[in-house]
Design a protein around this ligand. Structure first.
Ligand SMILES: Nc1ncnc2c1ncn2[C@@H]1O[C@H](COP(=O)(O)OP(=O)(O)OP(=O)(O)O)[C@@H](O)[C@H]1O
Ligand SMILES: [Mg+2]
Length: 354
């Protein structure tokens, strides 16, 4: 089966080829990562290698096999051993005309879409995944070639020529950095969440901001000191609030105000789209600025990748925020509120150990 294996290998989507009994035969690398099981383990122990016995995926496959043809389960909860649950669309499709061999593809969903509130940006992180994976593959290799060639040219060039080769190298580096940033979207490994003190994270971010892009702007803090620890990956959270703070700073002028607030919202629950128990997200962090707010035409799209109004902006800041917050099981929203009206980016996160 060299053909399908090659085909599968090229896909950024986790995909598994299954035999007429519904057993996994070939898993691509994305699937091995997603399922946290090697192709060998899957071939030997079947789906149990990924999910344990009697998994929902097996049930879906049985249905597909008995009905003949493909089927899909949207927003399925996949339970992995050790308590990890991932929501994904699971698509079962016959291979070619044969109704017996099938592929199973997993399309992960951001958990932010669980929300029964106006969160429209759910697909944002997902849509970036495919693009990012492709770019990472297709761009990075030629880039290093271009960079090397430019450096080689530089050795024999006069001052004018070197100016140009330096320009090439600098621009290549800029593209490589952009691709690196996009690659963070393709990282669908589960986040290692640990109890973190959100105020410590925010304090760190604020310090970074004030030494860098926020120099000269006062960033005030209004914290609820009694907040319990949040379940988080610290580095990722730092990235979330750095991006939000950077946008806030960029939105205000010299007399502008930027405030970070935290609060505990005990009653706040969000309900998964496909049913299931509501999830409590009581930790609220708001990044507020006195700038003009998001252009109303854009407001529904700011969390999508490549949406930017800034010269030199990549439009990836908020898309990454949406992805990371979703990976934490949280929610991020934009709103204008208060009197005088302020720009508010609100992040809701679960408590550690909940
Ligand atoms: N605090 C804010 N006030 C007003 N507009 C905002 C704010 N935050 C984001 N936006 C709008 O949303 C767009 C997308 O933001 P995002 O952070 O994703 O990308 P960016 O800031 O343009 O570029 P990058 O973050 O990649 O450098 C911005 O270009 C801006 O138009
Ligand atoms: Mg930004």
């Amino acid at each position: 089966m060299a053909g399908p294996a090659d085909l599968l290998a090229g896909l950024a989507v986790p995909a598994v080829l299954v035999d007429p009994e519904g057993r996994p035969v070939i898993a691509n690398i994305a699937a091995e990562t997603f399922l946290n099981a090697s192709q060998a383990a899957l071939a030997e122990r079947g789906w149990a290698a990924a999910f344990g016995k009697n998994s929902a995926v097996e049930g879906l496959l049985r249905r597909a096999l008995s009905e003949g043809g493909g089927c899909a389960a949207y927003d399925m909860s996949l339970h992995f051993p050790a308590g990890r649950t991932v929501r994904a669309d699971v698509l079962v499709a016959p291979v070619g005309d044969s109704l017996e061999w099938m592929t199973v593809a997993f399309q992960t969903r951001s958990v932010a879409m669980l929300v029964d509130r106006k969160v429209q940006h759910q697909g944002a992180a997902r849509s970036a995944v495919g693009v990012a994976a492709m770019l990472a593959h297709e761009i990075k290799n030629p880039l290093s070639g271009i960079r090397g060639a430019a450096q080689l040219l530089a050795t024999g060039a006069d001052a004018n020529g070197r100016e140009l080769t330096d320009l090439i190298v600098a621009e290549v580096d800029r593209i490589a950095k952009l691709v690196d940033r996009m690659e963070s979207f393709t990282d669908t490994r589960p986040q290692r969440l640990r109890p973190e003190n959100i105020h410590e994270v925010l304090g760190h971010v604020r310090k970074l901001a004030m030494q860098g892009f926020g120099a000269g702007i006062t960033i005030r803090e209004r914290y609820d000191p009694s907040l319990p620890p949040v379940a988080a990956n610290r580095d990722s959270l730092v990235q979330v609030f750095l991006n939000l703070l950077k946008n806030a700073v960029e939105a205000v002028d010299d007399n502008g105000q930027v405030v970070i607030t935290t609060a505990f919202r005990a009653g706040l629950k969000v309900r998964p789209e496909g049913g299931g128990p509501a999830i409590s997200l009581p930790i609220e962090v708001r990044v507020i600025d006195s700038g003009p707010g998001v252009d109303p035409d854009l407001a529904d799209h700011v969390f999508e990748p490549f949406v930017t109004t800034k010269r030199g902006g990549s439009g990836l800041g908020l898309a990454l925020v949406a992805k990371i917050v979703a990976d934490h099981g949280g929610v991020v929203e934009y709103e204008r509120s208060g009197d005088p009206e302020r720009t508010v980016f609100r992040v809701l996160l679960p408590v550690a150990g909940a």
